[in-house]
Each structure stands twice: as C-alpha cells, then as structure tokens.
Design a protein around this ligand. Sequence first.
Ligand code: WT7
Length: 652
Amino acid sequence: MSSKKSTSADPAEATYKPDKKFAKKARISSLSEYQELYQESIRKPQKFWAKEAKELQWRKPWSKTLKWDPPFAEWFTGGELNVCENCVDRHAEGPRKNKAAIIWEGEPGDKRVITYAQLKREVSKFANVLEKNGIEAGDRVLIYMPMVPEAAIAMLACARIGAVHNVVFGGFAADAILDRLEDSGAVAVITADGGWRRGKVIPLKPTVDDALQRFSKVRRVIVLNRCGNDISMQEGRDVWWADEMENVSAQHTAKGFDSEHPLFILYTSGSTGKPKGILHTSGGYLTGTYATCKYIFDMRDDDVYWCTADVGWITGHSYIVYGPLANGVTQVMYEGAPNFPDFGRFWQMIEEYGVTIFYTAPTAIRAFIKAGDAFPAKYDLSSLRLLGSVGEPINPEAWLWYHEHIGGGKCPIVDTWWQTETGAIMISPLPGATPCKPGTATLPFFGIDAAVLDDAGNECKPNEDGRLVIRQPWPSMTRTLYKDKARFKKVYWSDYPGFYTAGDGARRDKKGNFWIIGRLDDVLNVSGHRLGTAEIESALVAHHAVAEAAVVGRPDDLKGQAVAAFVTLKTGYEESPELVVELRNHVAHVIGAIAKPDDVYCTAALPKTRSGKIMRRLLKELVSTGKISGNITTLEDSEVITSLQKKITGGS
Ligand code: WT7
C-alpha cells in the first residue's frame, strides 16, 4: 500500500498522491473536496472559524465572531473560556479520563506516563501553587525549563489562572533571559536545576540567577528538581517545586477568561537587535491550533502523536501543548538529544510506543541521513501513518529519505509552513486530500487567504517570485508585539495596506502550490530556528576587541544556514585563532549556543556604500559563492572585497 506516485522518472519531480486507504478514513478525502471547502471558507471565513470554535468548551458564548480594525483583530468577542480546561479538564472528566495524555521519556531513560486525570490533578495543584505565591491573572511568568512534563504543566497552570507565560528556550543565555524579563515585566520565574542533553547536565538555575542579579522585580522563583546538580537557592525568593506541591489541594476551580485575554508572549528575532514579543490570546489561538491538529495531523483517539520540538519554540506551544491536548490525543514527549545514546533513539521510541504521527524538522532529517540508513532500519516503524515537517523548506533529498526510510513509502508528509506570529499552520497539505511534491508546502489551510505579491501589490504569475502575504485575518494571528503596536504595524502591515506580510519570499506553481524561498529580511534560519543578524552583530560589538560587525547566512548542508560573521578589530587588537574562538564563545555566552558563528572573519574594513551602509548582500554572496557577480560601483572602497575574497577562498 504505497502512496501513489505519478509517472515521473525523477522521484524529486514526482507527485505523491494520498494513499487511498488513508484518504477514505481522513476528514477531507479528495483535492476537490478540499477546494470546495476552501473556496467556501475564503468567502465566509468567520463561518468556518465559528464552526471550529464551537467544538471547544466556552463558559460564555461570543457575541461577534470577528472585530477587525486593521491590523488589530478580536476574535470571538464577548466569549469566555478557560484554555486549560479545554486542554485538560474536558478530557479528564469524560471517557478519556484514564487515557495517556503524555508518555514522557527522559534522556537517561527514565519514563513516565501521565493520564488526563493525572494531568488535571498536577495542573490544578500547580495552579494553586501559583496563586498561593501571589501570581494573578495578567501577571507575566517566565518559564525556563528542560523538556519535562512539568514544562507543559507550568504553561497550562498559568493559562488556568490567566497568567501570561513567556517560555524561554533552555539553550538561551542569561542576557537573553534578562531582555525578556525586562520587556515582559515578569514577576515570577519557573525553572529547574538543570536538564539532560547528550549525557550531560545542562544547568538552568544558575543562568536564571545570573539574569536575576540584574533584574529585581521577580518575587518568586519556583525550581524543579530534575538533575540534582548543585545550585543555590535564595532565601525568601526561591522555592522548590516539590515542596510547594506537597501542601496544596488537587482541586482548583477554573474560571472563564475573555476570548482576547493574553495567553502567552513568545520572543522571536526580527531585523533589529531587539527580539519581538509576539503576543497570543486565548479563544482564537486555541481554535487555530485545535483545528489544524484535527485536519492536518488527522488526530484520532487511537493515535500516538509525537512532535520533537522544544516547548521553548512556537512549535512546542502549538503542537505539543495546546493543539494536541485540545484534541485529547496521546502524545510522546522526549527530553534529550536525537543522537543519544545514538541516532537510533527516535526510531527506538517510535517502535516502543507505537507512534502513529511524527512531526520533526528538515535539519534533523538531514542529520539522520548523514548518520546512515542502518539506524532506522533496525526498528519497526510500521505504526507510523503520517509524517510532518516544519521550520524551513524541506529539500527533496530529505523529503524522499523521510518518505522512504521513516514512512516506509506509505505515509503522507505534511510540509507545514507557518510562523511564531501566525500561531498555527497556514500552508500545508491535508494528508488525505492534497497531492504532495518534495519541497512545496502546497496549499493554504481553510480560512487562510494566502497569496504571493509583487512589489506593486499585484498577484505574481505562476512561478514568479514575490512576497508571501495573508489577505484576511485569522483567529490564531498574533494580536500585537507586546507593548509595541507601532512596531507591529510597521513590521507586518505596512508593505501592503490591510495585508499581513510574512517576511518570506515565495512563488506558486501552475497548480497553485506555494514554494517558500526563505526570509526576505535580515533574519537567518539556522536549523529551523530564527536568528536575527542584528542580534548577533550587537553581541559581537559588545566584545572589547570588536569595533564593527556584520553577520550574514551562508548555505549549510545540515543546518540550512550557517552563521558567518565579519568583524573589524579595535586598535591594539590583532587577529588570531584564539581571538576567533573567543568571539564565537562570546556570542554563545551572550545569546546562546544556537547563535554561535560558524565562521568569523577579521577584516581591516567592511564593505560599505558611500553613505556608510554595510553591504551585507555582498558579504552573503561572497560566503555563498566565493565571488561577487553584481555591480559594486556603489562601494566606497572596492579593495575591501578583493582582500576578503582572498581570505574566504584561501587564494592569494
Ligand atoms: C519562519 C518562521 C513555525 C514553526 C517553526 C519556525 C520558515 C517555517 C517552513 C516550511 C519553508 C518554513 C519561514 C518562516 N519556515 N516552516 N514548512 N517551509 N519555510 O517558526 O521561528 O517563527 O520561523 O520559518 O521562513 O517565516 P519561526
């Protein structure tokens, strides 16, 4: 029962039609059914979304589906719900009571299964802990945790009491935590002593302590004992998770919050040095994540779903915590690295738990390809029925390997395009309906009016490159940048009035499939993570030896993009291999290991225009191709390029 391939000699060019058996059982079973419903959903988006929202549990019905005052949207105005109740209580009180909600594995091999009823007890207890510690609705709470069930429990407990969580990825450094504490005005932090990664303990609490030395508004730090590593606790401020949980009730009465009550802030990189606080609210966000899980991942009661993201990213928020739990599915959660103890870890877990739906990133797939086919071949992966990909365009080689070696040639692959800002998947195949082709995220989800426009605002012709936009509001869209409406307007809504600009270049083929080309701004996509070049530059310039810095991306086989940095040194400093190492570590120390430059080039000067602007475009071309093809007449000093070229290509 292989998914049907059209007759093209080149597998990368072939079209992969949904398997008939899959299609028959799927919610949407054919391309024509999708097209019909899609057209209807674009004509009447509010009708489509209201129908989906009605499948959630509301404390008070909404009076207006959408209030649209571009670019500010309100969905399900007047409605009240409790997001946590929808993800937990709703299942814990029905036939799913003793169903596994989370099957968790720690990196060292420890295992836990948490049923929906148990999840309700844990979340209720932790909600009581938060309240006992004076945390109230609207307060901001920073969460800095490893991938343990308590991370999800903390998020859900915040949602339950109406506190706004801001999860910070555990790989970020103290300065990144500090920025987020300051911008969000957090009053509490939830963290752990550490987490396991590649057989080692990564300490977390000491990093929080470092940030808190420079920020005094946090009243309470709740610390989970995960690894038993040595940490210090500040009397009067820091308390242990387990101690707090001991003396609280397992009953917590949830109340309803306004549909537009803020649910969380998640920071993401933009083209300036300051990360953007993406704000998501309750009713619309939950509707979007719920509906996309249902249609795109085809979630069913007997599924075992596994998304390998970290809760520190939007994928973890929408497709580990809120979407899957709102659907009452059983999911696998894993703490550590994909290659610990070896590259068979994921496949061994898929076999052990009988995972049916698996969602990961192209960068991981490329690392698996490199590790060799023998790893997946050792395990029985026949439980899988659907695969997903997210984070960057999936190259045909990775797509084909995923399809064959993981999906056994029979599983549809949903290549899902979306962003932190969009909250939920926007463009993706529907697994029982959409013919797939390696490299394209195919067609927009219901209610999503996506288009590719040229500079003048006209729709591009087939195969013509342009800018990806969304022309109508959708429920899970970010409402604003936290405390910065002006920047929100400017970044996303000023290219084409009334339309959301994603910041991605794209083209559509004759069949209407969307091919995402990549970011159009100064943002890199390194292993599916968004990194602002400006942030890395300001980290470099903060080093005492650096006068000026320019950061660009260059293609990388594994990571998609690698970070290349160019620096000029202050007088008195000389280029040396030690300094290069120091600068790389410095960036890791300021932002986090993910931002560590792969290459650092010291140069006498940076290429600039006559008006003094750094020409990153040239640097990018240089690191990508080793030469400059275009016009450099606007350069102030063309010698700069010649000497850099020698340096990069190693020529003399
Ligand atoms: C950017 C958003 C949303 C989850 C993870 C990243 C790129 C994401 C795809 C895809 C091509 C993709 C885009 C987008 N991107 N998914 N399937 N195909 N590109 O979230 O950090 O907000 O980054 O990731 O460039 O703008 P994010």
